[in-house]
Design a protein around this ligand. Structure first.
Ligand code: C2E
Ligand code: MG
Ligand code: MG
Ligand code: MG
Length: 280
């Protein structure tokens, strides 16, 4: 490489890097001045119980439309909220919305909600979560809180204490995106969990022998630990067939349904129930 080319590459990289930092700062700035209650909503994605053919749970997924930035994805604004100390506010605002939405669900349908890695490390946040659930009138036994491995590994002892407190109310705990972090197997059995959500990256290799045996090994692990396994990222009928063949009772993914406004999902569930009644 010539000196010219090298300098070109360095400049290009640092400009991209600068742009990325500016974009992240723009999200933080917009977040600080946002009318969060008005600008943020939850969409819901169905989780199918393949044994009953019913939608057993709906997972709330945050959506933010900023007046200045337009739509910002949850991966970006949750990270920004964590950086600028707003995650407590964002989590509680979204949780209250989810619990209020939960009142519109059929009584046999569960509600799943994602917590940030920072939430469990803060005793104030955990107490506020407990209070929000108790004050909502929503049956805590129908609520699942999803945590990532990062959240649990950040501060294992605090996380464990928080999980124990949440579960004492009847709340279920799911380990989200299982398999994407590290040292997964080492601590999974040391935590009081109810469910494991197998990350969708495992679905990508499902057509290979190796990919198949990975999924079935994780599902075996879930069974042995007495946990519900949920396979994420089902995008095709073929993937659904493989997941079922390997004993996955619960599945989630675009093939089952995309995240959508609650009204749309309720309409679909109503329609599904009608179809079940007509078949019966
Ligand atoms: P997650 O909890 O693992 O949620 C699943 C993500 O995968 C969602 O992306 C969903 O739209 C996407 N997805 C579902 N099925 C498929 C599929 O078949 N194929 C593909 N390619 N993607 C699929 P989304 O909505 O962008 O959320 C990304 C992440 O942001 C979530 O991952 C969750 O960790 C986080 N998140 C979302 N809402 C909240 C929230 O309210 N609070 C917190 N703390 N985090 C949230
Ligand atoms: Mg999740
Ligand atoms: Mg997930
Ligand atoms: Mg994910």
């Amino acid at each position: 490489h010539s000196k010219e080319q090298r300098r070109g590459a360095t400049t290009l990289f640092s400009q991209e890097h600068k742009d990325a930092i500016h974009a992240e700062q723009a999200v933080e700035t917009a977040l600080r001045t946002a009318d969060l209650a008005a600008e943020m909503v939850l969409h819901y994605q169905p989780i199918l119980d393949t044994e009953t053919g019913r939608i057993a749970f709906v997972e709330g997924l945050a959506r933010w439309t900023s007046p200045s930035l337009g739509q910002v994805g949850p991966d970006r604004f949750i990270a920004a909220a964590e950086r600028c100390g707003m995650i407590h506010t964002v989590t509680l605002l979204l949780l209250r919305k989810a619990l209020a939405d939960g009142a519109r669900l059929p009584p046999e349908t569960g509600l799943s909600f994602n917590l940030s890695a920072h939430d469990l490390a803060s005793p104030e946040t955990v107490l506020a979560i407990l209070a929000a659930v108790q004050g909502s009138g929503f049956d805590p036994r129908r609520l699942t809180l999803e945590l990532t491995e990062t959240a649990l590994m950040r501060d294992f002892d605090h996380a464990k204490a928080a999980i124990t407190a949440l579960r004492s109310l009847g709340i279920k705990i799911a380990l989200d995106d299982f398999g994407t972090g590290y040292s997964s197997l080492g601590y999974v059995h040391r935590l009081p969990l109810d469910k494991i959500k197998i990350d969708r990256s495992f679905m990508v290799d499902i057509n290979t022998d190796r990919g198949c045996s990975l999924i079935s090994t994780i599902l075996d692990l879930c069974r042995n630990l007495g946990l519900d396994g949920i396979v994420e990222g089902i995008e095709t009928q073929a993937q659904l067939d493989v997941a079922r063949r390997h004993g996955s009772r619960y599945v989630q993914g675009y093939h089952i349904g995309r995240p959508m406004p609650l009204a749309d999902l309720l309409q679909r569930m109503d329609h599904d129930a009608g179809a079940v009644r007509r078949r019966a």
